[in-house]
Design a protein around this ligand. Sequence first.
Ligand code: HEC
Ligand SMILES: [Cu+2]
Length: 310
Amino acid sequence: MLAPIAVADNGGFTPVAPESPNAEGIRDSYVFVSIFVLAIFVLVQGLLIAFIVKYRRRKRPRFEDGAPIHGAARLELLWTAIPVVILFLIGAFVFIELPGIKNIPSAGASGQLEITVTGRQFYWQYEYPNGVIAIDTMRAPAGVPVRLEVTAPDSDVIHSWWIPALGGKIDAIPGTVNETWFEAENPGTYTGQCAELCGLEHANMLASVELMPEAEFAAWLEQRRREQGSGGGELGKETWEGVCAKCHGLAGEGGIGPRVAGSIVLADPDAIENLVRNGRRTMPAVGSGWRSEQVEALAKYLKENPPSGP
Ligand code: HEC
Ligand SMILES: [Cu+2]
């Protein structure tokens, strides 16, 4: 009864509208399987109701069995053969769809973009071929195949990259690189989140992909490269908001980490570097492996915008 409503406004029951061919393959498989699931559901529930009515007790004494029925070879053959055929059809359909879901399309006229995606407690770090780093919000060009190399540092736990409109889940496993991809035409923002329970702030480990026209993306990438080269820019803000604020609050007011607003550590670039690279007691080394540009950008941002939470 709820199905039409769920389908109508996609109340979270059906996959989001696919924007990339791999997400389309997943949606199509889902719909194909659902047809059999629905048909079997209606058949089984329909027979159940029909039998309840047809074989009800009527005037038969309470403890007397109904008439025994022996053997129904035709029926038994049918209820064996039909499920076999259904399983075969579903298996065949999925195998036909699979290459379109898994295989990364070959580079088009404007080539292919490769982005490294690293899942960490509790942020997503992206690295572009020219060295640009971004956190949580990935910018990508529309109409270009984007290959994602998904991993996690050795010291971290398993996360899972998932932007439903752009494809299926892919695990970010320490020490392993998994590949996935998308190629989407419509500029816009596609959201998702870490799909593997990874710790206290798992629910806040959100991710989004901002798909831009190719020229706009190229301009963004170039601007970020220049900003990063001069030790600052958006990266510092993204790092504070995406990494530190998840535990310490946006204004440093405290959360699962202590209040750090007004801390002298945040005003001292060397102390920041030491803290993020090595951690401190119960604070993990959230910036182990960061390039010095990222630490510098963070220190610069914190110097210009010291958190002054309540
Ligand atoms: C996973 C949660 C988490 C993240 C992410 C995190 N911290 Fe912490 N932080 C903590 C905890 C917990 C402590 C308390 C450490 C202790 O004393 O046991 C702490 C302590 C601190 C302190 C106080 C250190 C001291 O001893 O004076 C500062 C400053 C700080 N964090 C800054 C940062 C900055 C900057 C970032 C971002 C690069 C960050 N933290 C990211 C959890 C976190
Ligand atoms: Cu996670």
